[in-house]
Design a protein around this ligand. Structure first.
Ligand code: ZN
Length: 498
C-alpha cells in the first residue's frame, strides 16, 4: 500500500471513530436513553457532528484524496472513489446553506408534528415551500444534466436519474394497479386472528430465533425495541436492529426480518474493510432490496411458514388452529389503504409512485405547494381508488419532506423490484431455493447473497452491481412476474385476468 493511501486511511479511521460515537449515541437515543437526557445528548452530538464535518471537509482531507488517487489501484481505487464522492457531497454545499437547512428541518419537524396532529396543512405550507426552495438551491449546486430531480436522487442512489425512476414507475403502473383493482373487488380476507395482545417475551424469543436462523449473527449484533424499527451499526462486528411489539402480531416478525435483511448486508462486508467507507451497503435501493428480500420473498412465502407456523401457534395459542393456507392468505392480505408504512406488498409501490410524481412536480414548479393536498388526493383516488378524508392521513403523513429528504422515495420501490430481480438470479444458481426455504434451510441462500452482494460493499456503483449480479439493469420484469404469479394463485384469479 502506498504512503498516500495509508495517509488517507488514517484520516478515514479518525473520522470513523467520531461517526461511530455519533451512531452509538443515536441508537441509544431511540432505545435506552432516559427522556430527561435529551438536552445533554443533543449538545454532545452537535459538537461531535461539527468535528466530524470539519475532518471530512478539511483541505488536508481533500489533498490526501488527490494524492491517493494518483497511485491507488484495485480496491484502493474503489476506496478513493467512494471517499471522494462523500467529500464532494459534503463540500459542494456552502456552510450557510447547510446551517439554514438544519434549522429549517428542526423547526419543520416540530411544525409537521403539530400540523399532522391538528390536521392543519396551512401551518406546514410555508415550511414546505421553503424546503422545496432549498432543495432547488441544493440541486443547482450539486449540478445535473437533464432533470433537476437527478441531482437530489443521486444523493441517495448514485447514478439514478428522474428518467430511470419514471421508466420504472411507467412499467409498474398499469399491471400493478390492475392487479390491486381485481383483488379489491373480491371479498376481504380475514386476518383478524393476527390481532390481539401477544406476550412480548415470546415475540422477542421467536424473532430472535428467526433472525438467527436466517443468518443474522447475534455475536456481532443484537436486537432491541424502539418505536420505529431500524438498523444501524458502527462496525461489521457490531450491527444493531430494533423491532416493535404491536397489536398486530406480524408487525414484530416482519419488522425483525426486514431489519435483519439490512443487518446481514452490513455484517457481510469483508472484515479488512471494517471502519472504512468501502464497507456496508452501496445505496438505499440496494439496501432496501436486501431487507425486502427477507421480509417479502422469504418471510411472506408459504414454504417459510410451513416451518414456523407450528411454532407461532404454540407460542401464541390465541391465534387458534389456523391452517397454513388461511395463515398464508392472511399474511399476504391486499387492501388499498391510505398510509404508506402500513401498506401491503402489492399496494406499496403505488404509494411511492404518488410521492415521486408529486415531489418532481413540486420541484419543477408544475404544481404549487399550496395545491399539494388537492393533487395528493386526486392521485390516491386515481391509483388506489380511495380518497383521504383529511390531510393528516393524506399529504401530511410522511416525515421525509419536513426534514428535507426530497428525492428519497423512489429508492423504496427500487428495493422492491430488485428483491425479485436478485431472487430470479439466485434461483438460476440454486434451482432448489424454494424447497430449501420450505425446509427451514437458509445457509445456501444467505451464502449466495453474501458472495454476490454483501461482500462487495461499495466496491462497485449500484448500477454496476445490479448488472454484475443479474446480467441486466434494474427492471420491473421479475418483480411483476413474481407478484402476478403469487397473487393470482393466492386470490384464485381467472387465468385470463392474470
Ligand atoms: Zn428498510
Amino acid at each position: 500500500m502506498s504512503d498516500s493511501v495509508s495517509k488517507l486511511k488514517s484520516q478515514l479511521y479518525d473520522a470513523d471513530a467520531i461517526g461511530a460515537a455519533l451512531a452509538i449515541m443515536a441508537w441509544d437515543q431511540q432505545t435506552y436513553m432516559p427522556s430527561g437526557s435529551a438536552g445533554a445528548r443533543g449538545e454532545h452530538m452537535a459538537l461531535l457532528h461539527k468535528m466530524y464535518h470539519e475532518l471530512m471537509t478539511s483541505d488536508e482531507h481533500g489533498k490526501a484524496l488527490e494524492e491517493a488517487a494518483k497511485t491507488a489501484e484495485g480496491e484502493d481505487a474503489a476506496l478513493v472513489r467512494v471517499a471522494k464522492r462523500d467529500y464532494e457531497i459534503a463540500t459542494k454545499l456552502p456552510t450557510e446553506l447547510v446551517g439554514r437547512k438544519t434549522l429549517l428541518a428542526a423547526k419543520g419537524h416540530e411544525v409537521w408534528v403539530e400540523a399532522r396532529k391538528t390536521n392543519n396543512f396551512s401551518l406546514f405550507e410555508p415550511i414546505l415551500t421553503e424546503m422545496f426552495d432549498i432543495a432547488r438551491e441544493e440541486a443547482e449546486l450539486f449540478g445535473y444534466k437533464d432533470h433537476i430531480y437527478d441531482a437530489l436522487l443521486d444523493n441517495y442512489e448514485e447514478g439514478a436519474t428522474h428518467a430511470d425512476a419514471k421508466a420504472m414507475f411507467d412499467e409498474l403502473k398499469g399491471p400493478q394497479s390492475r392487479l390491486v383493482k381485481q383483488i379489491s373487488e373480491l371479498p376481504e380476507t380475514d386476518d383478524s386472528f393476527l390481532y390481539g395482545t401477544f406476550s412480548e417475551a415470546k415475540q422477542s424469543e421467536l424473532t430472535h430465533r428467526i433472525i438467527s436462523d436466517i443468518g443474522f449473527d447475534l455475536n456481532r449484533g443484537r436486537q432491541d425495541t424502539a418505536p420505529h424499527p431500524f438498523c444501524t451499526g458502527w462496525s461489521i462486528t457490531d450491527v444493531r436492529l430494533t423491532t416493535r411489539y404491536k397489536d398486530y402480531l406480524m408487525s414484530s416478525v416482519m419488522g425483525s426480518m426486514h431489519e435483519a435483511g439490512h443487518g446481514m448486508y452490513e455484517q457481510g462486508s469483508p472484515l479488512k474493510w471494517d471502519r472504512l467507507p468501502l464497507s456496508g451497503g452501496v445505496s438505499l435501493g440496494i439496501h432496501e432490496s436486501q431487507s425486502r428480500f427477507w421480509e417479502n420473498v422469504v418471510g411472506r412465502s408459504k414454504g417459510f411458514w410451513s416451518v414456523y407456523l407450528p411454532e407461532l401457534k404454540s407460542a401464541f395459542p390465541q391465534i387458534g388452529n389456523v391452517s397454513i393456507d388461511q395463515f398464508y392468505k392472511a399474511l399476504n392480505k391486499v387492501k388499498p389503504s391510505l398510509i404508506r408504512v402500513e401498506a401491503d406488498e402489492l399496494t406499496y409501490n403505488l404509494h411511492v409512485m404518488i410521492r415521486f410524481e408529486l415531489e418532481s412536480d413540486l420541484l419543477t414548479g408544475a404544481i404549487r405547494v399550496r395545491d399539494l393536498p388537492e393533487a395528493w388526493n386526486a392521485k390516491y383516488s386515481e391509483y388506489l381508488g380511495i380518497t383521504p378524508p383529511d390531510d393528516s392521513t393524506g399529504c401530511l403523513q410522511d416525515v421525509h419532506w419536513s426534514g428535507g429528504m426530497i428525492g428519497y422515495f423512489p429508492t423504496y420501490s427500487m428495493g422492491n423490484l430488485l428483491s425479485y430481480q436478485f431472487w430470479a438470479a439466485l434461483k438460476k444458481d440454486i434451482p432448489e431455493a424454494e424447497e430449501l426455504i420450505g425446509k427451514g434451510q437458509f445457509k445456501e441462500i444467505h451464502g449466495w447473497l453474501k458472495d454476490k452482494i454483501y461482500s462487495k460493499g461499495k466496491e462497485f456503483t449500484p448500477k454496476e452491481l445490479v448488472m454484475k449480479v443479474t446480467g441486466k439493469s434494474i427492471s420491473a420484469k421479475d418483480y411483476l412476474e413474481g407478484i402476478t404469479k403469487k397473487y393470482a394463485e393466492l386470490y384464485e384469479l381467472e387465468p385470463a385476468l392474470r
